[in-house]
Design a protein around this ligand. Structure first.
Ligand code: RIB
Ligand code: CA
Length: 317
């Protein structure tokens, strides 16, 4: 039975692949895509979500825009990583997928109320929308099956020495989510850095010989250029689809139980996820933390999803 999910994202090259994995794999039922400010402004991340749905032929999945700034502090963007558009690299046609009139938080609230079973939320961006949902509609916590998020790290950060971008962009929101009591799985940099789009992976996308395969190839080629320039990576880590992969099949992403708390006040560590699998802080387990990725299973599921979307699009004419 397909797991019902909502992706909350900030496309973003890796968000784009996460959307395609969720839409193309039969193990999940993508109920909605919501957007938030993060990699780029809300206007750009929302346009990019519509662009991805258009080129991937994802129809009938509502796209709703959410929060345009964090709960506290300035809005950050990552133009150095994702470009001025937030999805630099490929050329995109004008989107044919509309943006919903509802605010993202209200759309998630309505779906949670109407769906016959609890829904899994898959945030791959700053957690502002999710925190606002849990604050505005606390009763929704019981209607969420689990939150499987890309964010944080058991090791070091990528926006500061201690903090990963999605958490650092809105630490107060992340703190609300990790304290919510909702079952959480955290896919941090320590595991997403195992999802490297190597030249061999890129060759497999090129070998799909499809328009969507070429778009994925162009996305990861751009991503590789900024990761090489900024951090000297040989190949870029494709973060966000790892969270979706965990929902598709937990065997793809191995996790350990831990307490996770978000540092809000450290002069040099604000936005860090302090991960405590050994109980040093004597705090209750509140998350499953991803530690290992089955890379072959991961990439083959993503390639299969892109193939399926391309075939569906071809059949639709
Ligand atoms: O730190 C990586 C995360 O920040 C990913 O979700 C990427 O898309 C950016 O949002
Ligand atoms: Ca993202």
């Amino acid at each position: 039975m397909a797991v019902p999910i909502i992706i909350d994202c900030d496309p973003g090259h890796d968000d784009a692949l996460a959307i395609m994995l969720a839409a193309g794999d039969p193990a999940v039922d993508l109920l909605a895509i919501t957007t938030v400010a993060g990699n780029q402004t809300l206007e750009k991340t929302t346009l990019n979500a519509r662009r991805v749905c258009t080129v991937a032929g994802i129809a009938g999945v509502p796209v709703a825009a959410g929060c345009d700034r964090p709960l506290r502090g300035p809005q950050l963007v990552a133009a150095d990583v994702h470009g001025e558009s937030g999805l630099d690299g490929p050329e995109f046609p004008e989107p044919t997928v509309p943006v919903a009139a509802e605010h993202a938080v209200d759309l998630i609230h309505r779906i949670l109320a109407e769906h016959p079973e609890p829904v899994t939320l898959v945030p791959t961006a700053p957690l502002t929308n999710i925190a606002l949902l849990l604050t505005r509609y606390p009763e929704d916590a019981a209607r969420i099956r689990e939150i499987v998020l890309m964010g944080g790290s058991t090791e070091r950060g990528n926006r500061t020495p201690a903090a990963e971008f999605n958490i650092y962009a809105d630490p107060e929101a992340a703190d609300i989510v990790f304290r919510s009591g909702v079952p959480i799985t955290m896919c941090g940099l320590n595991v997403t850095h195992q999802a490297l789009a190597t030249p061999g992976v890129l060759a497999r996308f090129a070998a799909l010989d499809s328009e969507l395969g070429r778009i994925c190839h162009a996305l990861m080629t751009f991503f590789a250029s900024t990761y090489r320039e900024l951090w000297g990576f040989e190949s870029p880590p494709v973060h966000d689809p790892v969270a979706v992969a965990r929902v598709l099949d937990p065997k793809i992403v191995r996790c350990v139980d831990a307490n996770v708390v978000v540092e809000l006040h450290g002069e040099y560590t604000r936005g860090a996820t302090v991960v405590d699998p050994h109980g040093y802080l004597d705090r209750p387990v509140n998350a499953q933390v991803a530690v290992a990725l089955d890379q072959e299973l991961f990439w083959s599921r993503l390639l299969d999803a892109v193939t399926a979307l391309g075939a569906r699009r071809g059949a639709a004419g």
